[in-house]
Design a binder for this molecule. Structure first.
Ligand code: G6P
Length: 364
């Protein structure tokens, strides 16, 4: 991949379009079909050490933090190790209890974000084991950590992260699969995830092919006063990242909430001028999510659903292909990148360089 725009109007659009190849790269050479697992030599974590991990704590900033939230859920689901993500800056300022049996993971596109690097240094000073999930090879965080994995997204120029976010989520799926297969994840489940991972590049391309309909949906967001993004469990970090993306690049105010929390506050904001994006995978929470759509509709809120099939309560459904449920966050995030992009385009924003933001914040 080069720095040439290659016919795209912006790096954001180019980088969104590059995702099928980027995901192919993060998978390449890592899958072990025989044992339905993956090889992640850079982790420096053999099976015995991997089995000894009692807890996983993921640290990052901005989109890296949200991808870490997806990662924590994948690790809990596939490896059944308690895991959570926290903004690196919050972590380092609250004098955290450092657990010697925990595995700490720093996530960063640039590998240079000061808050994340400082968290790594504090952890190392306290004797913790820290791995990096990083895009830029040889960056500060890659060097400071005890090992890790590169996400191989290729150069990302646009300030807002797209392909690196997706690749990081896929990298976490690989890590979760590895941790799962040295523990209790069955060969059959391992194989199911491996097959699902292999389908991703083509399915991402299918989502990208639906760009025209997403561009149409974006018109409504360009004239919105504010937008609400909701999702449950796997859908929640997707909603958070999508809301962040819309804010960063279009300057339209957006708020992300767990769908289950809507009735505890933000439902008061719902009205026709405040559209909602609902992440509605076809999983065990589908009925609960449908009830949320009803609640929004009852307040005359307009809804764009990202789902595996048409949602009748929604004004518009962006249908994404079905994969394995654990991998839903990867595919469901992609159309929402395009939604943010087209909203910003409609509003004539400086898409690759949003005001007040920097690609990598290397100061405190
Ligand atoms: C900045 C960027 C964000 C990015 C964050 C973390 O705030 O504007 O888009 O997610 O830094 O960057 P990193 O390079 O550590 O992933």
């Amino acid at each position: 991949e080069s720095y040439d725009l290659g016919g795209h109007d912006t790096y954001m659009h180019k980088e969104i379009a590059e995702q099928p190849e980027a995901v192919d790269r993060v998978l390449r050479g890592r899958i072990d079909d025989r044992f339905a697992t993956v090889h992640l030599g850079g982790l420096g974590l053999d099976a015995r050490e991997a089995r000894a991990v009692r807890r996983v704590k993921i640290l990052g900033c901005g989109s890296a933090y949200y991808s870490g939230q997806i990662g924590a859920q994948l690790i809990e689901e596939l490896a059944r190790i308690p895991a959570d993500a926290e903004p690196a800056s919050e972590f380092r300022y609250r004098n955290p209890v450092v657990d010697p049996d925990a595995l700490y993971i720093a996530v960063s596109q640039s590998g240079e974000t000061y808050d994340t690097l400082a968290a790594v240094q504090e952890l190392k000073r306290k004797g913790a084991k820290v791995l990096g999930v990083v895009n830029v090879v040889g960056s500060a965080i890659a060097r400071e950590t005890d090992g890790g994995m590169y996400v191989h997204a290729g150069p990302e120029v646009c300030v807002v992260s797209t392909k690196c976010f997706t690749n990081t989520a896929v990298a976490f799926a690989l890590l979760a699969l590895y941790l799962g297969r040295v523990r209790d994840l069955s060969v059959a489940d391992g194989r199911r995830i491996v097959d699902g991972l292999r389908r991703l590049p083509e399915q991402i391309q299918q989502v990208l092919d639906g760009e025209a309909a997403i561009a149409e949906a974006a018109r409504e967001f360009a004239s919105a006063r504010s937008a609400m993004f909701v999702g449950r469990v796997r859908g929640y970090p997707v909603a958070r990242e999508a809301a962040q993306k819309l804010k960063e690049v279009s300057y339209v105010h957006a708020e992300a909430y767990p769908a289950s929390e809507l009735k505890h506050g933000p439902l008061a904001l719902i009205e026709p001028e405040v559209p909602t994006v609902a992440v509605v995978p076809d999983d065990e929470l589908l009925e609960k999510n449908r009830a949320t759509l009803e609640e929004i509709k009852a307040r005359k809120g307009r809804i764009v659903a990202v789902a595996h099939r048409e949602q009748e309560r929604a004004d518009r459904t962006i249908v994404v292909p079905k994969n394995e449920p654990e991998l839903d966050p990867v595919l469901m995030g992609v159309p929402l990148q395009l939604l943010a992009y087209h909203t910003a385009l409609e509003l004539g924003r400086d898409i690759d360089k949003p005001r007040n933001l920097a690609k990598s914040v290397t100061v405190e």
